[in-house]
Design a binder for this molecule. Structure first.
Ligand code: ATP
Ligand code: MG
Length: 253
């Protein structure tokens, strides 16, 4: 017969995420990294940045939080939230320091980081310090984020380099103008990869292998995401076949 406490723990729905809901509950100081993004789809740039910041800042955990409806990306079609969430889960599963939270997706409506941070602050005790991890492209526009000055009170920023974007004095000045941010500027290994690039490759029936994890590649193939099945090479009459006779796709060639 299962121990009643174990049963209770299993039955308890998670508030923020499955692995780290209890972070800080023992009263010890803890540092939680927060990696926000659309993750459409998640790729090695996201994963390696999170890992490097975790190591550099001694974070206890990093949470990936896919946006529900990203306000700055309303103009283009994005993959269903459930798929972006599932891909994030697949991508982080083998890293014990990583987890995924669906709080922005569960909340529904437009996604504002300030709401997410408030929800997290209400859940975690004060001994848990939040570090919002952000790439050079996104940090440059932080002054446009809703209640950026409130965000500055809710978290510290880990601003990381990204190929093709400046993290220079001008960018830093923009961050200073957006609020009283406590920022650490970090140099990450340059990986010139983006979700846009992956989507484009898939649309053209090109491989994305090694640009994201194998599990994510498989998921995209199985679900026929990003127009590959409808707009890629499978539309052509002469569809090439893999060893099992199934159509080849950009992920598996
Ligand atoms: P898209 O091309 O659709 O905008 P993306 O690759 O920029 O996708 P996002 O989900 O928009 O991915 O980014 C989430 C966060 O990850 C942002 O803070 C972004 O700056 C950061 N990021 C994404 N890719 C990299 C990378 N290659 N190097 C450093 N930071 C990155
Ligand atoms: Mg982006």
């Amino acid at each position: 017969m299962p121990h009643p406490l174990t049963e209770a723990a299993v039955a308890r729905p998670c508030a923020i995420c499955a692995r780290f809901d209890d972070l800080g509950a023992d009263g010890r100081p803890a540092r939680l990294g927060i990696m926000g993004g659309t993750f459409d789809p998640i790729h090695i740039g996201h994963l390696s940045v999170a890992e490097q910041v975790r190591e550099a800042l001694g974070l206890d955990a990093v949470l990936f939080i896919p946006a529900g409806v990203p306000v700055f990306k309303r103009a283009r079609r994005i993959a269903p939230a459930a798929d972006r969430l599932a891909m994030c889960r697949l991508a982080v599963a083998d890293n014990p320091f990583f987890d995924v939270s669906d709080i922005e997706i569960r909340r529904g409506g437009d996604t504002y980081t300030v709401d997410t941070l408030r929800e997290m602050r209400a859940h975690y005790p004060d001994n848990v310090e939040f570090w919002f991890i952000i790439g050079a492209d996104a940090v440059a526009s932080i002054s446009l984020w809703r209640e950026s000055d409130a965000i500055a009170q809710l978290c510290k920023l880990a601003a990381v380099t990204r190929p093709g974007f400046q993290l220079d004095g001008a960018t830093r000045a923009q961050v200073d103008e957006a609020g009283a941010f406590d920022v650490r500027y970090l140099q990450a290994t340059a990986l010139s990869v983006s979700s846009s690039d992956l989507r484009e490759r898939l649309e053209h029936g090109q491989s994305i292998r090694y640009l994201t994890t194998d599990g994510v590649c498989d998921y995209i193939r199985e679900k026929g995401l990003y127009g590959y099945a409808e707009g890629g090479k499978e539309d052509a009459e002469d569809v090439s076949r893999d060893a099992e006779g199934g159509p080849r796709c950009g992920c598996c060639r």
